[in-house]
Design a protein around this ligand. Sequence first.
Ligand SMILES: *[C@@H]1O[C@H](CO)[C@@H](O)[C@H](O)[C@H]1NC(C)=O
Length: 549
Amino acid sequence: MRKPGREALEFSATGSCNDIWACPTASLFGFWLSHIIWFACALIAPGVGHTVGVPVQMREQRAVTGAPALSLPSVKGRIGKRSYAERVRGGTLERVVLAFRAVVGDDGVSLGATVREQHGKDESMHSCRAPDVVVWPRSVEEVSALAKICHHHRLPIIPFGTGTGLEGGVCAMKGGVCFSLRKMDRVLDPHQEDFDVTVEPGVTRKTLNTYLRDTGLWFPVDPGADASLCGMAATSASGTNAVRYGTMRENVLNLEVVLADGTIFHTAGTGRRSRKTSAGYNLTNLFVGSEGTLGVLTKATLRLYGVPETVVSAVCSFPSVQAAVDSTVNVLQAGIPIARMEFLDDVMIDACNRYSTLSYPVSPTLFLEFHGSERSLEEQVSITEEITRGNGGSDFSWARDAETRARLWKARHDAWYAALALRPGCKAYSTDVCVPISHLPQIIVETKEDLTKNHLTGPIAGHVGDGNFHCLMVLDPHDADEVQRVHHFTERLARRALALDGTCTGEHGVGLGKRALLREEMGPLAMEVMQGLKATLDPKNLMNPGKVL
Ligand SMILES: *[C@@H]1O[C@H](CO)[C@@H](O)[C@H](O)[C@H]1NC(C)=O
């Protein structure tokens, strides 16, 4: 791997749009202009950047307080000898586009405004910033060749899967080149007897499961959207099945990665796919959740599971949030391998009732799903019923046949639309925090009080078995005051989660909006370690700049 170079460009110290709720739309002109502005800023404020020529090694220092401090090279770097202004005059973009066309053909490159806009935004409220160019590589070799061109010209690289992210991860903060990976869509090497498969980055989870249909295997991680699997790995996604099958973190065995300089490597070694290993550092885990800031994921080797013989679902309502959470804890303590355990608060269930014409009681509710053989399900279900009854839960409302089950889960999956329907014409924004389960009742009760006090609409839905929940904020995007109130509410919510030993994001990622919160969550030492890793793998700060760190 490369040593950190000297000519690293500082992408985040100047001119960055920190207020995610009010970011200007990009234009090509804006792109170059902003580059010139940073250059100017770098000249007048030389202290902003640091050289990263220091070899990566951790030096332990004794700080005045006696606490050990880590000293790692900073990601920030000094601007290169040739300025962007000079390179604009030299017609860099035209030359770069010609070079891209030589790699991916004319139809593999687009400068069209609409295409660029589409590739600069996801499903979040973060304002869009379009990349300058979109490219569609067809193979890892092409990704590598394109990356080399970007590296040479010091252009940001933003990997793009399906654009279904929720934290602005694909927003081209500094312009640059969007790598749309849609055309790399092959499923490779299915190993049925080993329960693993390798996919290219354009393969979505639904495509994979359709592909696997006749094998008796499936990939269970389900974030709701039909996201690309490499995109899900990049954000460490999860969803409703995680309580039983884990998140992307538990289900990626190996990744093929293209680094910013075009180097191709495999995080667990080429072709490795053993279920366990104690060989060396876990680099796969480093890239899971790296949100495109360390490299482009071009292949993922995933764990698969046997399709359960029988599935049954049930709905149960509770007198209080505490009773619902207590039941969850008891079910987990009893060792029941529950597959899904979704919490909906009274506001959410009311919205679902209206939207999906259902008639569940308007009180805290659990949607449950059990996977297993007929025999094992009988036992799982009867123990669970005993537990919920003991906590004051209602009788189960059952869904055994596929149709009723689909109807039930559709109601849960439509929660987003149900929430939106509470205030027609408004937009929805989903928050995402996660705490140790025992702190769930406290944080949910406090959050509901906060919502009421600030006159906000935010039904709550949560993957309660993981301590992860969302407030689906429904707001009028044209009401500046409400937008501000939601913004402040989401920060208070994240801080409440941090105060309760939790995290500011359980499954959406840090992206643009949670960078400050990440610093609070990690503390300065862990942040320095992360920055050191970033500087080693991407010394010029070209990979998805302005995100995560
Ligand atoms: C390494 O990390 C990956 C991805 O998070 C995970 O699936 C795998 O189990 C880890 N391997 C070990 C040996 O811990």
